[in-house]
Design a protein around this ligand. Sequence first.
Ligand SMILES: Nc1ncnc2c1ncn2[C@@H]1O[C@H](COP(=O)(O)OP(=O)(O)OP(=O)(O)O)[C@@H](O)[C@H]1O
Length: 296
Amino acid sequence: MTAIRATNLSKRYGKTMAVTDLSFDVDPGRVTGFLGPNGAGKSTTMRMVLGLDHPSGGSVLVDGKPYQELRHPLRKVGALLDAKAVHGGRSARNHLLAIAQSNGIPAARVEEVLELVGLGNVAGRRVGGFSLGMSQRLGIAAALLGDPEILLFDEPVNGLDPDGILWIRTLMRGLAAEGRTVFVSSHLMSEMSQTADHLIVIGKGRLIADTSVPEFIGRSSQGYVLVRSPRLAEVAELVKVGELHTDHLRVTGVSPLEIGTMTARAGLPLEELTFVKPSLEAAYMELTKDSLEYTS
Ligand SMILES: Nc1ncnc2c1ncn2[C@@H]1O[C@H](COP(=O)(O)OP(=O)(O)OP(=O)(O)O)[C@@H](O)[C@H]1O
C-alpha cells in the first residue's frame, strides 16, 4: 500500500499559490527525495501531510487516511521539520520524555532513541546549548520515538558538516532497508542523488518530475560535443549546427565520430573532441530553470 498519497493537492496563502494541483505517491521500502528550488512548496506540502496546514484543494492521505484520523499518529509517522523549534531550557532527555508521555510511548524508548542518534552522553544537557548538528539529531530522535513506519525529513542536512551528512544519509538508507517509507526534502540535487532511490521534483508548487534517478537524467538534454580547434571558425561553418563560444564549439545532435570525420575530410585540425554527458545537477537546473522564485 502506498504510504503517502497526494491527490490534486493545492495550497494558497493570500495571493500566493504555494502548491498547485500536486499528485504523487510515496512508497515504502525506499528513500523518496522531494526536490525543488527554495520556495517550491516542499515544506508546505510536508506540513499538509502532517495535518499542520489545511489544503485549499485536493487531499493528502497517510496510510489511506487524513493525518488527523490516525489513531496513533506518532507511531505511524515521524517527522523532522524545524530542528531548532524546541524548548531550549529542557534537557534532551526531558524534551523526549515529554513527547513520549503525551503519546503513550514508554520512557524506556527515550533511552533507546538517544543512543540510536548518538546523544546518549549529552542527554542531560540543556537543548538551548546544542549545535545545529546536535539539534538535528534530537529532532530525528523525536521522529523515531514512536518507531513509525513512515518518516518525513524536511531539509535534514541543512547546515551539517560532512560527518553529520553521512550519518543522516546512512540512517535514512537503513530505515528504508527495514521497509519503512522515507520522504526527504532538499533543494540540493547532489545530496538527493546519493541518498534517494526515487525523486519527486517540484517547482513553483507544481510537479515537474516523478521518476527514478537514472530516468531523471535521461529525460533532460542528451549532452553535447565540445570541439576545440586552432581553426574554430572554419570548423563551426562546416558543422553548421554548433554554438560558437570564444574558445570552443558546442554541438548537439551530431556524434563525435561524425564531427571527426567531417573535419578530417576538410583537413581541419582538432585540439579536442569530447562528448560531455549531462550531470545530474545540470539535468536538475535545466528542468527547474523556469520555476525559480529568485534568480541570482
Ligand atoms: N505561512 C505562509 N504564509 C504565506 N506564504 C507562505 C507561507 N508558507 C509558505 N509560503 C509561501 O509559499 C511558497 C512555498 O514555500 P515553502 O516554504 O513551502 O517552499 P520550500 O520548497 O519548502 O522552500 P525552502 O526550501 O525555501 O524551505 C513560497 O512562495 C512561500 O513564500
